[in-house]
Design a protein around this ligand. Structure first.
Ligand SMILES: C[S@@+](CC[C@H](N)C(=O)[O-])C[C@H]1O[C@@H](n2cnc3c(N)ncnc32)[C@H](O)[C@@H]1O
Length: 257
């Protein structure tokens, strides 16, 4: 495994106990995606189902609430971070969870799949569009894929503060929304739903914003951390009273044949 997935997994592991307390946005998105799935036809009954990057199971639990027709067939809870899976009430419920690095594609046992869902995990992978296309290709006829992922265009306040301060922006580089939608069609899926939404978190100081991300376990970056003097400059230029905004893409695709 390369260094970045290890860094990501280590950060989520260290903060696993705090994840659900800090994950208000993730919980809201999981709830919204699950509600949107409620009218979708049932996936093929015998094909496997999985929540990819399931973590503590927020999306799978929201699906069980909004889509009772899915309840008879449990979703495999797959994640790279055993510490988050250990806090997932659906892991071990019907089937053992799977510790798996999604940078290496899907496990053979999931192919062809009836239902693949994922929320706020794809952006951590080395090549999100390529992996999304592989997920789409892995679907059985009649199977579907539902994904929520933050995309490029998020955190404009952070980028502007970094540019004004003359320091690198250490926010995670997020995938491009158009490339992700294209990946779905390249996989031969019919796009049943596509929404790009902007969510603003309450205005906090720059330091509190960065600490909140860290406490969620989501502070990993491919850019080296700022030194103390760079951090002071960044915080000095952080726009006071500006909420941090996230652009989130919701995609639902279905394999017709
Ligand atoms: C922000 S959490 C989202 C968890 C859950 N889906 C939710 O909505 O609350 C991101 C999840 O992606 C997982 N993840 C990150 N990189 C991964 C990888 N390479 N393979 C599998 N899971 C990964 C993390 O361990 C973490 O559980």
């Amino acid at each position: 495994m390369t260094a970045f997935p290890l860094q990501v997994c280590g950060a989520f592991a260290r903060h696993a106990a705090d994840y659900e307390g800090q994950a208000g946005l993730q919980r809201g998105i999981a709830w919204r995606l699950a509600r949107l799935c409620h009218t979708l036809p049932a996936p093929p009954p015998t094909a496997p189902r999985a929540d990819l990057g399931a973590g503590s199971g927020l999306l799978s639990r929201a699906l069980l609430h909004h889509c009772p027709h899915l309840a008879g067939h449990p979703l495999l809870q797959l994640d790279l971070c055993p510490e988050l899976l250990a806090r997932n009430p659906l892991a071990n419920h019907h089937t053992a969870p799977l510790v798996w690095d999604l940078n290496g594609g899907l496990p053979a046992a999931l192919q062809p799949a009836g239902l693949l869902v994922s929320s706020f995990a794809l952006q951590w992978l080395e090549a999100p569009a390529r992996e999304l296309e592989c997920w789409g290709r892995a679907l059985a006829p009649g199977g579907w894929l539902a994904v929520a992922v933050p995309v490029r265009g998020s955190f404009p306040q952070w980028r502007q503060a970094a540019a004004a301060a003359g320091v690198p922006c250490t926010a995670l580089e997020l995938p491009d929304a158009d490339e992700l939608s294209h990946a779905l069609s390249s996989a031969g899926l019919h796009t049943a739903l596509q929404q790009r939404l902007r969510f603003s978190r309450p205005a906090l100081s720059g330091l509190t914003t960065l600490r909140r991300l860290r406490d969620l376990g989501a502070g990993s970056s491919r850019v080296a951390p700022l030194n103390p003097s760079q951090l002071r400059r960044l915080l000095h230029h952080w726009p006071p009273g500006a909420p941090l905004s996230w652009d989130v893409l919701l995609l639902v695709g279905r394999r017709i044949v």
